[in-house]
Ligand binder design. Structure first.
Ligand SMILES: [Zn+2]
Length: 417
């Protein structure tokens, strides 16, 4: 069997034929160059307007890298024609194996992009003897294609969240679709401002925006504002995960300042090593931590009282009726406001301010939860950690869409990987 037979099977062309294949003697590793010829009588296609046009002249030969075969690099070699187009002037012809000035064939770009979903970009580059730039460009091409071909109709539930990136206070705003069987990243934007999120809703069509029935988010004010303004019809849920996270942060603050105070006053550092006892649920404690906790409970410490308040609050999530849950929430807030523990009082105030949105958790029960948001966020963090060489926002954005966007791909004549 000839190489051409294989090439015609994996990458057939209508108006071009594969010619001779030769070893490239001067190459550092085994490399094949495959000639391509235009068919006789086949007219060149203008790259400007896509119509067949009369020929003008021929450019010097160019090479495009194709998918490697058995560890052998494969290049296509072809001298492109220029056409004389009445609409576009003299332009270079369009060829089916590559786009524009790109020196990688389209098949090879998809090949690299697909591997880049499984391995880091650096690993893909080194395995296939190419460079990071080529892998990045291929992934970017796949993401652009996928985004322009994805269907955003019928979205019912979305989750909005922020994650930190780079050092310091840099954030990304992420919007996920969080329905059963359809969890994917829909949107990435820089910062966590109103504009970061508003951009998403403006990107949707009117009908796409109106199909959204549930929105899940944390208590970040700019998000709350934009959600209220852009998706009025949706039930907005402040979810359990984010609320308990806030509460844990408050407990941690109480513990830290108390530990500092005890140390200053010359008391035994009872709170040292106690962080995990206080943050964990009772049933998750190790035996040693449980002993530490019971020791701590002997003292009437603020950290301990905060811990008990949090444990008490867990009951809130078990209510079935929004009315009873509301009653519990109000009473918990009254008790906490009397506690004189500032960080906890701040939590109670926040809960009061967002009472309605928090109670929406019970109205949306069973339909939506932030579980998927948390899972997707963990994957996003992993993508960013693996992201060797991702210094720019653009690279991060492309990587996130690529791994979490569940983006469509074209139908291939042949699946190379
Ligand atoms: Zn044209």
């Amino acid at each position: 069997m000839q190489l051409n037979t294989i090439l015609n099977r994996v990458g057939p062309f209508k108006s071009f034929v594969y010619g001779k294949a030769k070893w490239v003697e001067e190459a550092k590793r085994p490399t094949l160059a495959v000639e391509i010829h235009s068919r006789k009588n086949g007219r060149a296609i203008c790259s400007g307007c896509g119509r067949p046009r009369p020929g003008y002249d021929r450019l010097p030969e160019r090479r495009w890298e194709f998918v490697p075969l058995w560890g052998i690099a494969v290049y296509f070699v072809y001298a492109m024609r220029r056409v004389n187009c009445p609409d576009c002037g003299v332009t270079v012809e369009r060829v089916p194996w590559a786009v524009g000035k790109c020196h990688l064939t389209t098949s090879y770009r998809w090949f690299l992009a697909r591997w880049a979903k499984r391995l880091s970009w650096q690993e893909v580059a080194s395995i296939f003897h190419t460079n990071w730039r080529n892998v990045f460009a291929s992934v970017k091409h796949a993401v652009f294609w996928g985004i322009s071909h994805r269907d955003l109709g019928g979205i019912e539930a979305i989750g909005v969240d922020e994650i930190q990136w780079q050092r310091g206070h840099h954030y990304l705003t992420l919007v996920y679709r969080i329905e059963d069987g359809m969890k994917r990243l829909l949107w990435v934007a820089q910062e966590r401002t109103e504009e970061s999120l508003r951009g998403f809703f403006q990107y949707l069509s009117e009908a796409e925006r109106r199909s959204i029935r549930f929105v899940c988010s944390d208590m970040w004010q700019p998000y709350l504002k934009v959600i209220a303004e852009q998706v009025k019809q949706a039930v907005h849920v402040l979810d359990r995960f984010h609320i308990m996270k806030k509460m844990n942060e408050a407990i941690d603050e109480v513990r830290r300042s108390e530990a500092a105070r005890l140390k200053r006053d010359g008391y035994e550092e009872v709170l040292k090593h106690s962080r995990w006892c206080l943050l964990k649920r009772k049933e998750n404690l190790t035996e040693k931590q449980a002993v530490k906790l019971s020791e701590l409970l002997q003292y009437n410490l603020r950290s301990v009282r905060s811990h008990l308040m949090r444990e008490d609050f867990q009951r809130f999530w078990e209510y079935a009726s929004p009315a009873w849950a509301a009653r519990f929430l109000d009473q918990w807030c009254v008790r906490t406001m009397r506690s004189k523990i500032e960080p906890m009082k701040k939590i109670a105030t926040t809960l009061r301010e967002h009472r309605d949105l928090i109670l929406n958790w019970f109205r949306a029960k069973g339909t939506v939860s932030a579980g998927p948001v948390e899972g997707l966020n963990n994957k996003a963090k992993l993508t960013m950690r693996k992201a060797y060489g991702f210094r720019t926002y653009e690279a991060i954005e492309i990587a996130l869409y690529h791994t979490l966007g569940d983006l469509p791909e074209p139908n291939f004549t042949h699946e190379f990987c």
